[in-house]
Design a binder for this molecule. Structure first.
Ligand code: IPM
Ligand code: MG
Length: 365
């Protein structure tokens, strides 16, 4: 696909990886939406689609070519769908594709905004949109997902397996700086640092210490600390006391599912996997997975993929287009007739996509 921009406008090279399951339904919808947005907002797109994922694995024994991350290096951004299949173990599909890209391109900051969008009712009684407006920053390169460990004495009663969490001063400091800076850029300038440093007394005490060190660089940010178990209660009982949240790879993985559910549906939740220094391209994807129960039915919610494009456009510096797309998404969620089944409605992927495209064009600004 190739969209010609007006003279002097930027053209972005985007690598699209639809992947598995409903990823192959929502990414094409996202590309269609992006083509419309590019035409409306006046930038160019040069999109190359990669057929990596479980089908590729069945053909080749690999989820992507060995030099996959290297092939992505020169793109401006990566637009990703989902990974996971019923007949291939999840750790094979995940490590073979998504985590290999995140680690290979040093996308160490995983950013997950959560808001109650117009027209969507979350499960929390009486909580307004202003009271549930969070962004979760997930450490995305080490911690519990470091990939270190092993198994020996397989199948024997004395079999052992280790899954080693790694916390490095460099890794924790850079995610902490990213989170403090993000908190500072938001109106409330409020950061909550999540750990489990009462029980995990090495790596997570290091988190606490580094948080205190980095906090001194950001005197205008108010911050506090929470243990992850107590954090789940605070998210449910006192959502308005939270704004920006930073946590380890696994803790933030779990908290972001809770956050998505509290905001109404996993189907709308977006993610950015960022390399903030821009040494490598960043990757944008909906949080939902491949969702095999609804594959092929045409009812996947494309809004998580669209909201991820909002984050992608912001990262590319197309802030006006990003804001226009977010307004279009919110116009669509405000209309319950346009809610797909995950939001309790019966709208189809196609209808939701068409409605967002119309909303993009309808605005005069
Ligand atoms: C997510 C997902 C993945 C993760 C799964 C698919 C392994 O839950 O992006 O949150 O834990 O990273
Ligand atoms: Mg998750």
């Amino acid at each position: 696909m190739d969209t010609k921009p007006p003279e002097g406008a930027n053209t972005y090279r985007i690598a699209a990886i639809p992947g598995d399951g409903i990823g192959a339904e929502v990414v094409p919808a996202g590309l269609r939406m992006l083509e419309a947005l590019a035409a409306r907002a006046g930038f160019g797109l040069d999109i190359e689609t990669f057929d990596w994922g479980s089908d590729y694995y069945r053909r080749t024994g690999l989820m992507m070519p060995e030099d996959g991350p290297a092939r992505l290096k020169d793109f401006d951004a990566i637009y990703f769908g989902a990974v996971g299949a019923t007949d291939i173990p999840d750790h094979v599909t995940l490590w073979g594709l998504r985590l290999a890209i995140c680690q290979g391109l040093d996308q160490y900051a995983n950013v997950r905004p959560t808001r109650l969008l117009p027209g969507i009712e979350g499960p929390l009684r009486g909580v307004t949109a202003a009271e549930l407006d969070w962004v979760i920053v997930r450490e995305n390169s080490e911690g519990e997902y470091s990939g270190q460990g092993g198994r020996t004495h397989r199948g024997l009663p004395e079999e052992i397996a280790t899954e080693v969490s790694i916390f490095t001063r460099a890794g924790v400091t850079r995610i902490m700086r990213y989170a403090f800076a993000l908190a500072r850029s938001r109106p409330r300038k409020l950061l909550t640092v999540v750990t489990k440093s009462n029980a995990q007394r090495h790596g997570l005490v290091l988190w606490d210490e580094i948080a205190a060190e980095v906090a001194r660089e950001f005197p205008d940010v108010t911050w506090d600390k929470m243990l992850v178990d107590a954090m789940t209660m605070r998210m449910v009982l006192k959502p308005a006391t939270l704004d920006t949240i930073v946590a380890t790879n696994l803790h933030a993985d779990i908290l972001s599912d809770l956050a998505a559910a509290l905001a109404g549906s996993l189907g709308i939740a977006p993610t950015a996997n960022l390399n903030p220094e821009r040494h490598f391209p960043s990757m944008f994807e909906p949080i939902h997975g491949s969702a095999f129960d609804i594959v092929g039915k045409g009812i996947a919610n494309p809004l998580g993929c669209f909201w991820s494009a909002v984050l992608m456009l912001d990262h590319l510096g197309e802030h006006a287009a990003s804001a226009r797309l977010m307004r279009a998404i919110e116009r669509v969620t405000a209309d319950k007739m346009l809610h797909p089944p995950d939001l309790g409605g019966s709208a189809r992927t196609e209808e939701v996509t068409g409605a967002v495209v119309r909303a993009i064009w309808a605005e005069n600004a």
